[in-house]
Design a protein around this ligand. Structure first.
Ligand code: ZN
Length: 55
């Protein structure tokens, strides 16, 4: 209920309820969340790495 999600990139923390717009990726069975800001700034890198099938 009161889970806090931490951005894997910048370390920003927010209640899970406020992270619905965050980007969540599962890598090696671990869930990694990226905040709005980092999602945007990393979008190109993520697209390049994960290719088009991810989106
Ligand atoms: Zn972040």
């Amino acid at each position: 209920m009161s889970d806090v999600v931490t951005c894997a990139f910048c370390g920003t923390e927010a209640p899970e309820a406020e992270t619905l717009t965050w980007t969540v990726a599962v890598e090696n069975g671990r869930r990694r969340a990226f905040c709005d800001t980092c999602s945007r700034s990393n979008l190109r890198a993520m697209e390049g790495k994960l290719d088009s099938e991810w989106w």
